[in-house]
Ligand binder design. Structure first.
Ligand code: NAD
Ligand code: ZN
Ligand code: ZN
Length: 344
């Protein structure tokens, strides 16, 4: 089968021929129907040899959907032919966090050597993929795999980030979204769907701001230092109840800090290299800072329900597996509208 692999530190991804994997006991093989390209893949491929911990070669793709096409020994409760999406941040299944469905915060994953597909285990940018356990497969039902595969990360991650801030996003509140790319453009829709907050979106280009407005942002601003003053003015000096930073580079973290209100949440989702000093003096009183990671299994069901209700969709640019390298080029250059989805 074909697989898009990262094979050598510093080199780009490459489409190669590899043996089609067989599912072991308890495992499920999918025929992949769609795989999303995330900026985290670029982050991973830009790491130096000392920081890279994902193994080589690495088949990319941590957003995956497919049709069940082979069952390992002992697998029950799922049928060949079922259309499914893959829950990526897989854990041990037994620790307190996993027991709550928060496998993204499994306390034993590192110790047990468990890694998400595409971020350690072989991912979805291939004709087939192996899923370790059927509990990681959510039924897609009537949801189209290509249009919805990115909900497994670009939907789930902002949903998890925003859901934990709904207590401060009541009527009359304002939320800022920094970065209206794959995650951010879904984040704007999640804010509109589950909170009454006014949404202000920031990005670097007019194209991205146009997309932000189309998907529901009330206000859009170019992401530059002067935006802080404009946001303060929009809130009559108070600042905003929550900032969702899908970049988290130093300029966006500084901007977020400058506009966070007393009691506000500054949520760092992007894996940019910025840092935020926190102390009694300097931080807005009662403010909090979070760095959430991906989302829980039950939240992924909730995201799918938002999609079914027509409240959230992913703007999708489709690429063939043969053209997947182009998808990553476009993602690196920042010229995609929404998410790039690769279809084998
Ligand atoms: P993307 O490339 O699709 O979107 C990023 C957007 O940010 C683009 O629209 C870009 O123009 C914009 N941007 C870049 N610099 C900016 C700036 N200074 N000000 C405002 N906007 C700016 O990327 P993505 O796939 O949506 O991922 C976003 C970030 O989230 C990445 O850092 C990714 O690694 C990270 N991520 C984190 C998690 C998590 O669990 N915390 C999960 C997935 C992705
Ligand atoms: Zn991701
Ligand atoms: Zn666990």
């Amino acid at each position: 089968m074909r697989a898009l692999q990262y094979r050598e530190i510093g080199a780009g991804p490459e489409l190669v021929e590899v043996p089609t994997p067989e599912p072991g006991p308890g495992e499920v093989r999918l025929r992949v129907t769609a795989a999303g390209a995330c900026h985290s893949d670029i982050f991973v491929m830009e790491l130096g040899a000392d920081d890279y911990t994902f193994g080589l070669p690495l088949t990319l793709g941590h957003e995956g959907a497919g049709v069940v096409d082979a069952l390992g020994d002992g697998v029950t409760g799922i049928e060949v032919g079922d259309p499914v999406a893959v829950y990526g941040p897989q854990g041990c299944g037994r620790c307190p966090e996993c027991s709550r469905g928060e496998e993204n915060y499994c306390r034993r994953a590192a110790e047990l050597g468990i890694a998400p597909p595409g971020l350690g285990a072989p991912g979805a940018m291939a004709d087939h993929m192996i899923v370790r356990d059927p509990r990681f497969l959510l039924p897609l039902g009537d949801l189209d795999p290509v249009q919805n595969v990115a909900l497994t990360d670009a939907g789930l991650t902002p949903y998890h980030a925003i859901k934990a801030s709904t207590s401060v996003l009541g009527p009359g509140s304002t939320a800022v979204v920094i970065g209206a790319g794959g995650l951010g453009h879904v984040g704007i829709q999640v804010l509109r769907a589950i909170t009454p907050a006014r949404v202000v979106a920031l990005d670097l280009s007019q194209d991205k701001l146009d997309l932000a407005r189309e998907v529901g942002a009330h206000e859009v601003l170019l992401s530059e230092a002067s935006a802080a003053e404009e946001i303060r003015a929009m809130t009559r000096g108070r600042g905003v109840e929550a900032v969702f930073d899908f970049v988290a580079a130093q300029p966006t973290i500084d901007l977020g800090r400058a506009v966070t209100a007393v009691g506000g949440h500054q949520v760092l989702v992007g894996v940019g290299a910025g840092t935020l000093p926190v102390g009694m003096l300097g931080a807005p009183y009662e403010s909090s800072v979070r760095a959430p990671y991906w989302g829980s299994r039950s939240e992924l069901y909730e995201v799918f329900e938002l999609a079914r209700a027509g409240l959230v969709h992913v703007e999708t640019e489709v690429f063939s597996l043969d053209d997947a390298v182009t998808a990553y080029d476009r993602l690196t250059k920042g010229t995609l509208r929404g998410r790039a989805v690769v279809v084998p």
